[in-house]
Design a binder for this molecule. Structure first.
Ligand code: PEP
Ligand code: MG
Length: 543
């Protein structure tokens, strides 16, 4: 049987993009193009009437957005649904409204021209920002601009959308994505947008496969074409050959079989023939994944990548806002536990614009950033502690590379606990605090570190990158990214032994734990738990 690699190597009819939401879909294309609006700059004579038209367009746009916000709340968790609430708030922005109205009165030209001009100014500022989050938000604002102008021109809201098709579009706003999801859309493909685009985030939470950032899919694909969307690897196959159709249909069947087969084992413990139970835990990147985690009956959440909240919100949430997010997560998982990893900022993740680093992977990342920004770190620790009252929350620190960092973190956590006690706020005083072992220096010293903390979690994604000196995201050197290298295997063994020596649990939260080939090896090396990141790989078989 050919592999994905073989298939893609020989395929001239493939389009590469970013794998934004997993799944394989074969279907027909609906080429979605937003109606291009003609914007008039014609003079007006009646200012009062123009301002009244503008007000009416705002009211109508708000009505539409509120409707979408309602659907969003039904379908998604609150954090994600808030994308739309934020858009409604822009429609209420007094400065924006005032600017537009006073320009209508002064320049006496069509309000639609002034609306386009004023909102474009906001967008330009966002587009030149270095933050990918801000760039993405510029697309969301395009949606609002389009909406107000359409309503000024008294055009109807396009809501007639075909069902059961693959939507291919230059870009998708969060509202488009949500409306399409109601029409049983099979998959999304876009020219623009990255992993943090809201269209990508929404697709993931609604389980609709998506490939984004293809640059030119809309030029290469035609309405009605049959295409294959591979949301696991980020490819689209246009006009597939019989061989390709056969390959992907087989893969789809296999996925369904695996899924069905695994369901049988879902409620059974994962036990080896000699009676050792391996805990299968989930990795969670976005809150919308929790449903899948609960239905797959994972033993808990071994890694909650909290920096995702920053990607979604674009700002550091206040302590109470964070406490609400973590408490909700903890109560949804209760009595199973949730391991909240402190913000792993830097590297290829959420970045703070004031820090421009030539080599971010070796820079102010993870715990280094947190210790440099102690107030922010304390805010997060306090929020995690507040969510720990029911004793099912654990705290994990990323990117530890020195023992001193471990001690400093433990001191800060201790101080935060004392503050909360003084403030008479309830929390789990015995909350388990663990560290990630993902930097070679920490791996070498694992024994000493294990004596200080309650658990270790091996982050193989970074550990392999740093041990082999190979950028985990760089295609050119991907052949050196070898999870089965003796270097990696011996290092894992060394870390596991260190944890056993201190009688603390050790897990793997890197992608390696989701590789079915690696699982027997990891179990043999003595891992207590595997954070199985792939939802399709929840193993429950006896091995
Ligand atoms: C890892 O490095 O293995 C890990 C789980 O963390 P992340 O992928 O978020 O860096
Ligand atoms: Mg990591």
């Amino acid at each position: 049987m050919k592999s994905f690699k073989d298939i893609y190597k020989n395929s001239e009819n493939k389009i590469a993009g970013i794998a934004a939401a997993p799944g394989i879909v074969i279907g027909q294309v609906y080429l979605f193009a937003k109606e291009k609006l003609e914007i008039s700059k014609a003079p007006i004579t009646d200012v009062a009437e123009a301002i009244e038209n503008f007000q009416e367009a705002l009211r109508q746009s708000k009505k539409e957005l509120n409707k979408i916000f309602g659907i969003a709340r039904e379908k998604m968790d609150e954090v994600r649904a808030a994308i739309f609430e934020a858009q409604v708030m822009i429609l209420d922005d007094p400065i924006l409204i005032q600017n537009i109205e006073s320009r209508i009165a002064k320049e006496m030209i069509q309000p639609e021209f002034i609306v386009a001009d004023e909102i474009s100014k906001y967008q330009e500022l966002m587009i030149i920002s270095h933050e990918s989050y801000m760039k993405e938000r510029a697309h969301d604002i395009e949606d609002i601009k389009h909406r107000i102008i359409r309503n000024l021109q008294k055009k109807r809201w396009q809501s007639k959308i075909e069902t059961n098709l693959i939507v291919v579009s230059e870009a998708l706003t969060p509202a488009d994505t949500l409306l399409f999801s109601r029409r049983e859309t099979l998959a999304f493909v876009t020219d623009h947008g990255g992993l943090t685009s809201h269209a990508a985030i929404i697709s993931r939470s609604l389980n609709i496969p998506a490939v984004v950032g293809t640059h030119n899919a809309t030029q290469l694909i035609k309405e009605g074409d049959t295409i294959i969307v591979d949301g696991f690897h980020g490819y689209i196959i246009t006009n597939p050959t019989d061989e390709q159709l056969h390959f992907f249909t087989e893969k789809q069947k296999k996925l369904q079989e695996i899924q069905k087969g695994l369901e049988e084992f879902r409620d059974q413990p994962a036990v080896t023939l000699d009676g050792k139970e391996i805990k299968l835990e989930a990795n969670v990147d976005v809150t919308g994944e929790i449903d899948v985690v609960i239905t797959s009956n994972a033993n808990g959440i071994g890694l909650y990548r909290s920096e995702q909240i920053l990607n979604e919100l674009g700002v550091f949430p206040e302590e109470d806002e964070q406490a609400i997010i973590y408490s909700k997560l903890a109560s949804r998982m209760y009595p199973k536990f949730v391991t909240i990893r402190a913000f792993d900022i830097g590297g290829d993740k959420f970045r703070i614009s004031e820090y421009k680093e030539p080599n971010p992977f070796l820079g102010l990342r993870g715990v280094r950033f947190l210790l440099e920004n102690e107030t922010l770190f304390r805010t997060q620790i306090r929020a995690v502690l507040k969510a720990s009252e029911n004793k099912n929350v654990r705290l994990m620190i990323p990117m530890i590379s020195t023992l001193d960092e471990v001690w400093r973190c433990l001191d800060i956590i201790h101080e935060c606990k004392s503050d909360l006690k003084r403030e008479k706020i309830k929390f789990d005083n015995h909350i388990k605090v663990g560290i990630m072992i993902e930097v070679p220096s920490a791996a070498v010293m694992a024994k000493e570190y294990a004596e200080e903390v309650d658990f270790l979690s091996i982050g193989t994604n970074d550990l392999i990158q740093y041990m082999m000196a190979v950028d985990r995201g760089n295609d050119l050197v991907s052949n050196l990214y070898q999870e089965f290298s003796p270097v990696v295997v011996r290092t894992i063994e060394h870390i596991v032994k260190a944890a056993k020596h201190s009688k603390i649990p050790v897990s793997i939260c890197g992608e390696m734990a989701a590789d079915t080939l690696a699982i027997p090896l990891l179990v043999g090396l003595g891992l207590d738990s595997l954070n199985d990141v792939s939802k399709y790989n929840f193993i429950r078989k006896k091995s």
